[in-house]
Design a protein around this ligand. Structure first.
Ligand SMILES: O=C(CO)[C@@H](O)[C@H](O)COP(=O)(O)O
Ligand SMILES: [Fe+2]
Length: 227
């Protein structure tokens, strides 16, 4: 079964705790937390204090996606705040190996993210250090953007590169019941969805999550690795 990781970027920020619990109870496998710094990406979201405040609301895996540069000075703070997986962008700095080493040293799952314009080969030298590859299917910084189809090729390349390894492939950006199938078919086993998961308010969350997951599974999505 493909895993669903709703992004709380699309939740009601005035009730983030309740929203996190509601989407967890609606069938989310992981909770995706988008951290933006207004520097690496042209938007600002939230930092470790919010991650910490949300931690008591669910025991689901907290999948923290750092869109910040530099990332290294903040890794320990996110680990202490309750992140289970921490993903850094390969484009965010010159020391990706050090960042991944630090994340693993903190006892967390280490993820590396690729923007739509970045070749998959960029992460080849660090695959031994990685538990998760996150392929962006929008340019990072905002929710609600359209899926960039050319990034499916990146997912397929990452799948081929990681064959035989225990590495999750996550896809992030513009995931809907329509795009979930092609993403899963290309090799993603974790689907991040913001707008499509939170669409319509709490009464719709279970239906939204089920629709995205069903589309991925129908397309032959592979098993997600649970942590
Ligand atoms: O990292 C990001 C955006 O930079 C994502 O996690 C978005 O938050 C996904 O939102 P939708 O595209 O599903 O609305
Ligand atoms: Fe994200």
């Amino acid at each position: 079964m493909t895993l669903l990781a709703p992004s709380i970027l699309a939740a009601d920020f005035s009730r983030l705790g309740e929203e996190t619990r509601a989407i967890a109870q609606a069938g989310a496998d992981w909770i995706h937390l988008d951290v933006m710094d207004g520097h690496f990406v042209p938007n600002i979201s939230f930092g470790p204090a919010v991650v910490k405040a949300l931690r008591p609301w669910t025991d689901k895996v907290f999948d923290v996606h750092l869109m910040i540069a530099p990332a290294d000075p903040y890794l320990a703070a996110f680990a202490e705040a309750g992140a289970d997986a921490i993903t850094v962008h390969v484009e965010a700095g010159p020391h990706i190996h050090r960042s991944l080493q630090t994340i693993r040293g903190l006892g967390k799952r280490a993820g590396v993210a690729l923007n739509p314009g970045t070749p998959a080969s960029m992460i080849e030298p660090v695959l031994d250090m990685v538990d998760l590859v996150l392929v962006m299917t929008v340019n990072p910084g905002f929710g609600g953007q359209s899926f960039i189809g050319s990034a499916l090729e990146t997912i397929a390349r990452v799948k081929a590169m990681t064959a035989g390894r225990d590495i999750d492939i996550s896809v992030d950006g513009g995931i809907t019941p329509e795009t979930a199938g092609p993403a899963a078919q290309a090799g993603a086993n974790i689907l991040v969805a913001g707008s499509a998961a939170f669409k319509g308010g709490p009464d719709h969350y279970a239906k939204n999550v089920a629709a995205i997951r069903a589309a991925a599974d129908a397309a032959g999505g592979r098993d997600g690795v649970r942590c």
